[in-house]
Design a protein around this ligand. Structure first.
Ligand code: FMN
Length: 210
């Protein structure tokens, strides 16, 4: 009996430790922002970043805009071919790698490692405080997996671009990525494929106010 309660205590402690590493995001702000036509006019690629972290509110808003749930049936802010919902967003932060759980509005800790340096080949990937990694699970698709994964990711990426334009953040979508190496470091399943990555951050301090 004593042994059993000791075991339960260890399990509960471990579960609490794991939970403590997850990040519960605040509710996303779904109102306000720049009018759509102005955001389209401001959308552009920027390759300079401040290393300053984004706030949890900025992360929550960014991820909801990217691919959050916007209807009671669980569908998202971006379309999905045949509603296969094969794309997941992994989030590389200095504190580790996380998986965006849209339903619970949480960042689930996957790795303790800072893998931002592996998310692209250009030097700014080490500076931007956040890198979104769009991963497709080909297991969820019957055919044309490459084509649909690319198109579905494109919609999400454009949501990120428009959110960043509205929120005064810098971003660049990256195809130039050593995807095999990144998949290995992320410990993905063989059916999971990195499609694109997208660093996000504040403008560099010298450019603040531009
Ligand atoms: C699929 C895709 C992959 C891209 N890959 C890279 C990349 O690896 N590195 C980079 O600096 N820019 C990359 N870009 C950004 C483009 O260079 C950029 O969109 C283009 O120069 C037009 O600039 P704009 O986004 O400001 O309109 C990529 C864009 C797309 C759509």
């Amino acid at each position: 009996m004593k042994k059993q309660s000791g075991f339960i205590l260890v399990c509960l402690t471990l579960a609490t430790l794991v939970q403590a590493q997850n990040i519960q995001l605040p509710a996303p702000q779904k109102t306000g922002g720049m009018p759509l036509m102005e955001a389209l006019n401001a959308r552009q690629t920027q390759r300079t970043f401040s290393a300053k972290p984004l706030s949890d509110q900025q992360l929550a808003d960014l991820l909801w805009a990217a691919f959050g749930i916007n209807r009671p049936d669980g569908r998202r802010t971006a379309p999905s071919a045949r509603n296969m919902q094969e794309i997941s967003i992994y989030v590389a932060l200095p504190t580790g790698l996380y998986l965006y759980q849209a339903q619970s509005n949480m960042l689930e800790k996957i790795l303790d490692q800072d893998i931002r340096a592996q998310t692209g080949k250009q030097p700014f990937v080490k500076i931007a405080p956040v890198c979104l990694i769009f991963v497709s699970d080909y297991d969820r698709m019957k055919n044309q997996a490459e084509f649909y994964s690319a198109t579905d990711t494109g919609y999400i990426s454009q949501n990120v671009y428009l959110f960043c334009a509205s929120a005064g953040l810098h971003t660049v979508v990256l195809g130039s990525v050593d995807k095999e190496a990144l998949q290995t470091v992320m410990k993905l399943k063989p059916t999971q494929h990195v499609i694109l990555t997208q660093p996000v951050g504040l403008p560099p301090e010298s450019a603040a106010g531009n």
